[in-house]
Write a protein that binds this ligand. Structure first.
Ligand SMILES: Nc1ncnc2c1ncn2[C@@H]1O[C@H](COP(=O)(O)OP(=O)(O)OP(=O)(O)O)[C@@H](O)[C@H]1O
Ligand SMILES: Cc1ncsc1CCO
Ligand SMILES: [Mg+2]
Length: 262
């Protein structure tokens, strides 16, 4: 797969409006990540307005990180609008293994037909029903251990499933890719996975879900590599990462992307 730079340029040319129903921790960094990549973010979660707002957006992300029952209703309303309109939406099952509430919310949202499900290995294992329970928001399992779960979840749900980690794995249940870009500092910054959902959603506006997700993962990881080389710890990494996302060119992405078929 070689059209990552084209996907980046197409996304920037469209500057898609991405509607995000995300957690309180992620809202600020996620909005800044979306602005840095060249998309237009909006964080909108009131039940009374989400369906109307989703009608204006090119893509949606939903993330249960700090959801309550009212938010889950709002997520379902917005998701239905996107599924009916044939527009992409991304589900992030944050900490789904930890509580019954999260499991029920995710089961309901998966049934509404997300285009892409993105989580860390522990979350994809839990969502596929193959993990021991009781995880928080951080991964405690390897990406390799979650590959079979990702394939099963993709086949069952019809979604593209992305497992993020030291080497990402993405599959539509038939075709799969490994993405080896990234930097060990990335899991030391909270909500970088949540923010990645927005980038995936923005890429999926202009390209089919599987190649769009692979390109977004490579872009994000490569920006992480550049930020890691220019910073000394988590504090400096965050602004360097925004700068790297902003400064990435299509040719630099094509040269640095480490995507291989599984
Ligand atoms: N050890 C690592 N080495 C390199 N890249 C990593 C590593 N861990 C995560 N990443 C990258 O960090 C990004 C976020 O993925 P991660 O799996 O940390 O998400 P997450 O656990 O959902 O994060 P959060 O819940 O804090 O938003 C991805 O681009 C992934 O490739
Ligand atoms: C730390 C944290 N807690 C709930 S959501 C979130 C952001 C990372 O998923
Ligand atoms: Mg996460």
């Amino acid at each position: 797969m070689t059209d990552h730079g084209t996907h980046l340029d197409q996304m920037r040319a469209q500057a898609p409006l991405v509607h995000n129903i995300t957690n309180y921790v992620a809202m600020n960094i996620m909005a800044n990540v979306l602005l840095a990549v060249g998309a237009s973010p909006a964080m909108v979660h009131a039940r009374q307005e989400v369906a109307e707002f989703a009608g204006l957006a090119q893509a949606l992300t939903v993330n249960i990180g700090t959801a309550d029952p009212d938010w889950v209703e709002a997520m379902a309303l917005a998701a239905q609008v996107m599924t009916q309109a044939g527009r992409p939406w991304v589900l992030d099952p944050v900490g789904v293994g930890a509580t019954r509430f999260r499991q029920d919310a995710c089961a309901r949202l998966v049934d509404l037909g997300p285009s892409i499900i993105r989580g860390n290995a522990s979350e994809i294992l839990a969502l596929a029903g193959t993990a021991a329970a009781g995880r928080g928001a951080d991964a405690a399992d390897s990406v390799a251990a979650a590959q079979e779960a990702a394939l099963a979840l993709a086949r069952r749900s019809g979604a593209v499933v992305a497992v993020s980690g030291p080497e990402d794995f993405v599959t539509d249940g038939q075709q799969s890719f490994h993405v080896a870009n990234g930097h060990p500092m990335m899991p030391r910054i909270t909500a970088l996975g949540c923010s990645l959902n927005g980038v995936i959603a923005a890429f999926a506006v202009a390209a089919p879900a599987l190649p769009a997700t692979a390109s977004a993962l490579a872009y994000y990881g490569l920006a992480g590599e550049q930020a890691g080389a220019r910073s000394e710890g988590p504090g400096g990494f965050q602004p360097a990462f925004l700068d790297a996302l902003y400064g990435m060119t299509a040719s630099a992405l094509d040269a640095g992307a480490k995507v291989r078929a599984a």
